[in-house]
Design a protein around this ligand. Structure first.
Ligand code: NI
Ligand code: MN
Length: 225
């Protein structure tokens, strides 16, 4: 699969069968000015939780592409009321989609919509497709629940928030990668706002000191696993 970073916590994942977009926050991200929401092709939209910096462009992309939103029950319900297709899940559940299997995992965070309505409990995703398995943590603190993931899934890549303040920071992300038994980490949820700016060189060397690889992609750059 090919994973393209579109800024903040937004990823475009191309599998053999489908395009998936995760947590589209593009039109409100000053760092992602060169990305055009209307050019995005997505069969599925995966939403980890209901915060604005994760769902802002979901409705526009869904309407442009007739996409299906995959998220928790409350978020899917919210978008189905706007006429958008959805596949509801909840923590611990897995479902086989045409491109592979998704498991909705726990996250320690909050999940209200921008208008204050209830967005269910926040989560993350394990995605197994093209014989590769990745974990996208969503916005979360370091949590012992991460130790459960490698009992069932051998991860080729873990996508972890590293910006601190709203989520875990570098030091906890290094411990998370131990819990996940995965030493290849794609960092996200950093630099977008003043609260989450990081020193890239320092972050990469901190992971290296623990024999782990931290990948930080420029916007529009891709990683193939
Ligand atoms: Ni959030
Ligand atoms: Mn966020």
């Amino acid at each position: 699969m090919e994973i393209t970073f579109l800024g903040h916590a937004c990823l475009l994942i191309k599998t053999k069968e489908c395009n998936l977009i995760v947590d589209p926050f593009i039109s409100g991200n000053p760092l992602a000015k060169e990305v055009s929401v209307n050019s995005i092709k997505a069969d599925y939209i995966l939403l980890t939780h209901a915060h604005q910096d994760h769902i802002l462009d979901a409705e526009a992309i869904a309407k442009n592409n007739n996409s299906t939103i995959v998220s928790n029950f409350e978020i899917v319900n919210y978008f189905q009321n706007k006429g958008i297709n959805g596949h509801p899940m909840n923590h611990g559940g897995s479902w086989k989609f045409p491109f592979g299997t998704i498991t909705y995992t726990t996250a320690i965070h909050t999940s209200s919509f921008p208008d204050g309505s209830y967005g269910g409990q926040p989560g993350g995703f394990v995605i197994n497709t093209d014989h590769k398995t990745i974990y996208i943590a969503g916005d979360t603190a370091l949590t012992y629940d991460m130790k459960l993931i490698p009992l069932r899934h051998q991860l080729d890549l873990a996508v972890l928030p590293i910006g601190d303040n709203f989520t875990m920071g570098i030091e906890d992300a290094i411990i998370a990668s131990d819990f996940l038994n995965c030493s290849k980490i794609l960092g996200y949820h950093y630099d977008t706002f003043g609260y989450i700016e990081i020193d890239h060189t320092k972050a990469i060397s901190q992971f290296k000191e623990h024999q782990k690889e931290l990948i930080l992609l420029e916007i529009y750059n891709s990683l193939t696993i």
